[in-house]
Each structure stands twice: as C-alpha cells, then as structure tokens.
Write a protein that binds this ligand. Structure first.
Ligand SMILES: Nc1ncnc2c1ncn2[C@@H]1O[C@H](COP(=O)(O)OP(=O)(O)O)[C@@H](O)[C@H]1O
Ligand SMILES: [Mg+2]
Length: 438
C-alpha cells in the first residue's frame, strides 16, 4: 500500500527517488533529497500541490499529504484494534487455564515423573548401568564401579577407557574391613574412586541404576564427604578451618549405617600436625563411629594402624615405573604405596631438573635418617648441587630440558593466516605430536 503510494507520488512530483519513510516523531512522511526539493517547496508554498512541507534537514526535505495522514491514522487504529483483540484472546486463554489449573499441574507432575524415569532409563541403557540391590544391612559391595562423570568426560575426549574398580566394605568373604585406607601418589585416581562410590550410593538410593557391574548396598542413613572443594574464604574461613569443621561434623554425626569419604585430611597444615589429626580421625572412625568409610591419604605412616585396627584394610593405586617415568594404572589393589612418587609427578609437571635433583637429595637424606631432622651444613650443604653440577652431575645431565615439539609447532603457527581447514589440520598435528611426547 505504501509502495503504491510512493510510486504515485514520485510520478506526481517528478522525483523518481522520492521515498515514503517512517519515524516515531513524524510518523509517515515523504522524503526527497534537498536537490530535488526546490520545485516541490515552491509549489507547496503557492498551495498548488498536494504535498505539504513538514521538515527541512541538511540534505533532505520532508513532506506529507492529506491522503498519507489519513492512511496513517487508519493504520494506527488497526494496530490498536489488533492489540486489543490480542489482549482479549490472551485474557480468555488465561481464564481457561486458571479454571483447569489443578488438572494442568497434575499432568505436569505426571510428565515430570515420566521424564525423570525415562531419562534415567535411557542413561542406564546407554551407559550400561546395573540395578543395585538395596537391603537393610551394612553391606557395601560394588563390582566394577565407575565414576559416571569422569567416564563420560574421558569417552568424549576419546581418551583411554575408564578403569573399573571394586569396592567391598566390611565383607568377610573378601576379607575386607569396613574402613579402607587408600594410599598412592597424586593423580593415581584416589579421589575419583572415593567419589564414584559415594555417587553410586546416592544414585542407588535415589532409585536409579548405577555405573557398575553389580552393587549391593545396605541402606545408608547419611552420606558424609570431606573433599578438597573450593575454599570458603569469602566467609572468612581458611581452607584448614573448613576442613576441620567438616571433619568435626562427620565425627560427631556419622553412625554405623553411614557412608563416609574423607579425602586427604590434614593436608592444610604442617606435616606432623596433619598426620596426628589424620591418625586420630582414623582411630575415631574405626572405634567410635564404625561407619563404612573410604579414607584417602598421602600419609604413608597411617598404614601402620592396620596392625592394630581389625576393620581397617589397606588399599593403594597401582603404579608402574616405565623408562624412568611413572604410569598410573588407576587400579585399586590391596597394599600400600611403597612411596609417594611426588617427585616423579613434579617432574611430569615440568619442575626444573635442578629442583627435581635437589628434592631427590633431600628425600634420600631424610629416608636415610628416618626423620625430618637434617643437618643442612653436613648432610645437605646448600651449594652441593651447584658444585656437583660443575663436575658434570649425572642426574641432571640425563634430564636436559628439551623444548617441547608441541610448543615449537605452536610457535610456528600464525592463526590469522590460516583457513578453517588448515587450522583443523594444525590442531590434529598438535594432538598427534602431544601423544608422541607423553
Ligand atoms: N579409574 C580411572 N580410570 C581412568 N582414569 C582415571 C581413573 N581414576 C582417575 N583417573 C584419571 O586420573 C586423574 C586423577 O585422578 P584423581 O582421582 O584426582 O587422583 P588422586 O586423587 O589420586 O590425585 C583423573 O582426573 C582422571 O583423568
Ligand atoms: Mg585426590
């Protein structure tokens, strides 16, 4: 309609590029460039034309006509009528919904239940979960358990398969105590194991299938976890204070029917301090709370408790040494870690070779003495390392800092010059390089 009018007006005014436009102040108006406007302005002044002047801009002049104003009023009325109609229909719908609100809420509830049930069923089917057996006992027997999230993350990243692990707490047949003390190096999979068993208990009691081959769980009255989550510094509590508050809650509240996971208790304070607390916590859990519990620790000294606590079992994460490196097998096995491998992990992470060498010296010296008391002047003179290095120290020589091929390749790339295809190729190449250099 406007377009027709525009063509008609362009013809009448003899201005082919005349336009009809709209803004919120003027509404609809006719616009011609300043150059084309002089004749129209002249005609308008003499009242000889249908065009009436409205506004002069620096490079354009705007007009209107009676016809255009009338059309605009009609349009405005139509918009108002449309809105009124819409509001009426909406009010009507609201009214109908309100009259059946109870029924609709009931249906929504039913659909929500169906949704949860079918989602769980789908997950169980897709990821091969099993139906747990829940009973009124103190059993906790998980066969080939998995961590539902870590497993899926690894699958999505096309990494190696998740390693399944059993967990038997307080089981006579497998001769397992109800309290498992887990040692093993960092990155070996202790935390994952603790959490996967807690998650399996939660899922089972929520009525879900669980990521395991089989699961038999005596109903858990309370599940407690103390894991190194985020600090609560915002509320003025230090990490260690939070750790102690949570541990206190566990020791004060957990019962024989509870499931407790404790990850690296006492880490946030000095070694002896932390070890003493961890020691006393294990004893208390064992003697007083009697809960089923998984206790991960880096304090190897705690394993001595197995001799006096009958319901304590020692477990560790299997580790293989290969070409001077540590390979984590993520497998939970009976026993204790023979050492912590912290220095190896530091090396993997890229600590400077000099630091690694020095740390090994300190460790050897401490192990020799069987204590932390070292005479730094005699046993470990500060500059021994430097002197040794000067006389071609073999350990450092076998560990030169090689530039990483991945980094070298990265430095060569200039992202601005790559096509998407080239970028993708480059990414594959980097990935391949990184896999060759683990
Ligand atoms: N069972 C497993 N199978 C495969 N990979 C695992 C397994 N458990 C842990 N991992 C991998 O090892 C990493 C470190 O595990 P984590 O539980 O944090 O070790 P820890 O607590 O002993 O330091 C995880 O992020 C995961 O990638
Ligand atoms: Mg951990």
């Amino acid at each position: 309609m406007m377009l027709g009018l525009q063509i008609k007006y362009a013809e009448i005014a003899g201005v082919p590029n005349l336009k009809i436009a709209h803004n919120n102040i003027l509404g609809y108006y006719i616009e011609v460039t300043a150059k084309n406007a002089s004749q129209m302005l002249e005609d308008a002044r003499q009242g000889k034309s249908i065009f009436m002047h409205r506004q002069t801009m620096s490079n354009a002049v705007r007009f209107t006509t009676v016809e255009l104003s009338e059309l605009e009023n009609k349009l405005k009325g139509a918009a108002e009528r449309a809105l009124a109609l819409e509001l009426e229909l909406f009010a009507d719908l609201v009214d109908k919904v309100m009259r059946k609100a109870d029924l609709i809420a009931q249906d929504a509830q039913v659909l929500a239940i169906l949704d949860v049930a079918s989602s769980l069923a789908e997950t169980a089917e897709e990821h091969d979960y099993c139906r747990p057996v829940l009973e009124d006992s103190l059993a906790f027997d998980i066969e080939k358990g998995r961590h539902p999230v870590v497993e899926q993350t690894m699958k999505a990243a096309h990494e190696s398969d998740f390693v399944t692990n059993d967990c038997h707490l307080g089981n006579h047949e497998t001769k397992d105590g109800r309290l498992w003390l887990m040692t093993g190096p960092n990155m070996a999979g202790k935390s994952t194991f603790l959490r996967q068993n807690a998650l399996i208990a939660v899922l089972a009691q929520a009525g879900c299938y669980v990521p395991a081959k089989s699961a038999r769980i005596g109903i858990v009255d309370k599940l407690f976890s103390r894991v190194g989550a985020a600090d609560d510094l915002a509320r003025g509590r230090s990490t260690f204070m939070v750790e102690m508050i949570e541990t206190a809650a566990i020791l004060n509240q957990s019962t024989e029917k509870s499931l407790v996971i404790l990850d690296e208790i006492g880490r946030g304070t000095a070694t002896f301090d932390g070890l003493s607390i961890a020691w006393a916590v294990v004893e208390h859990l064992h003697e007083v709370n009697k809960s089923r519990a998984l206790f991960a620790t880096h304090y190897h000294e705690l394993t001595a408790l197995a001799e006096v606590l009958p319901h304590l079992s020692l477990y560790t994460m299997r580790v293989k040494e290969w070409k001077n490196n540590v390979v984590f097998l993520h497998e939970v096995v009976k026993g204790t870690a023979d050492r912590s491998y912290g220095i190896h992990v530091g090396k993997l992470a890229g600590l400077p070779p000099a630091v690694i060498t020095r740390a090994k010296q300190v460790l050897t010296e401490m192990e020799k003495k069987g204590s932390y008391e070292i005479n730094f002047m005699n046993d470990l003179p500060l500059f021994a390392l430097v002197q040794k290095k000067a006389t071609a120290e073999p350990e450092a020589a076998t560990d030169p800092v090689k530039p990483s091929p991945v980094l070298e390749e990265l430095k060569k790339l200039s992202p601005d010059e790559l096509t998407p295809r080239q970028a993708l190729d480059a990414l594959y190449k980097l990935k391949q390089l990184s896999e060759q250099n683990v």
